[in-house]
Design a protein around this ligand. Structure first.
Ligand code: NDP
Ligand code: 8X3
Length: 256
């Protein structure tokens, strides 16, 4: 029987690309997200390209009740989850701390930290029981260095990096691998969401350099997962060649 990967936030960006990558490599998929129609479309597109079984679960990771209901509905033949990719996440707003928006803060903390915890708490016991599995947490370079006005988003990703390290200790006795993926700037829907739908502002974030793509991240995730069982990739920091750290990007004004 083929392996199973559960990927949160697969309606767009990294999650969608990771789903395609795992399908290409023969996995069965459980894909999740809030936008049901988008999730169904991703399923259809993957099925057209790969012979792959896909289960869609439509829920908001911020809502514990919804998350419990969705994850407890997973049929028994889908419960042997080999890989959990904690990807669902977002930045909402970008402003100095004294001007921060409470709603934006709640959204980021509830999604990036509490949502990741809820899903992990509900899936990890199945892996512990079987003494096998791999948890991939999508963190960020923003979880290693803070940048101007990134404050709360950065804090949530610092938390994800701390949780990745903590999970690696807790999962150790059960042979469950834990990997953190820390991307730099990648052009997905990320900045559109950060700027509350302003596509012009979002586009400008990537002016003058070549950002990472979602496929670059999917490639890194699958690399980590496909190492032999005795190898655990603790962490991958992956940046555009034009980015030196969280705050330093080389922009060429003639590009785009
Ligand atoms: P996208 O906005 O393209 O995709 C985000 C995904 O997360 C969507 O599928 C969205 O689905 C899902 N999601 C967001 N909130 C929730 C929620 N409350 N419940 C369930 N699903 C949710 O962004 P990216 O692909 O770029 O981001 C993926 C992850 O990568 C995030 O954790 C982000 O912080 C991280 N990251 C992104 C970088 C970048 O530069 N793009 C760099 C480093 C890390 P839906 O809206 O349908 O619920
Ligand atoms: C997303 C990358 O640098 O825009 O985590 O925060 S960055």
């Amino acid at each position: 029987m083929s392996k199973i990967a559960l990927i949160t936030g697969a309606t767009a960006g990294f999650g969608e690309a990771i789903a395609f990558e795992f399908a290409k490599n023969g996995y069965r998929l459980i894909i999740t997200g809030r936008r049901e129609e988008r999730l169904k479309k991703v399923k259809t597109r993957i099925e057209k390209m790969h012979s792959c079984k896909i289960l869609c679960l439509n829920f908001d990771v911020r809502d514990l009740r919804q998350t419990k209901k969705a994850l407890s509905s997973i049929p028994s033949e889908w419960q042997k989850i080999d890989v959990l990719v904690n990807n669902a996440g977002l930045a909402s707003g970008i402003s100095p701390i004294q001007e921060g928006d409470f709603e934006d803060w709640d959204k980021m903390i509830d999604t990036n930290v509490k949502g990741l915890l809820y899903v992990t708490r509900l899936i990890a016991p199945m892996m512990v029981k079987r003494r096998s599995g791999h948890i991939i947490n999508i963190a960020s370079i923003a979880g290693k260095e803070v940048y101007a006005n990134g404050n709360v988003y950065c804090a949530t990703k610092f938390a994800v990096n701390a949780l990745t390290k903590a999970m690696r200790i807790d999962m150790l006795p059960y042979g469950i691998r834990v990997t953190g993926i820390c991307p730099g700037m990648a052009e997905t829907e990320f900045s559109i969401v950060r700027f509350h739908g302003d596509k012009e502002k979002a586009k400008a974030v990537y002016n003058g350099f070549q950002p990472l793509t979602a496929a670059d991240i999917a490639d890194a995730v699958y690399y980590a997962v496909s190492r032999p069982p005795h190898v655990n990739i603790s962490e991958i920091v992956i940046m555009p060649s034009a980015q030196a750290n969280a705050g330093t990007v080389l922009r060429t004004p003639t590009r785009r």
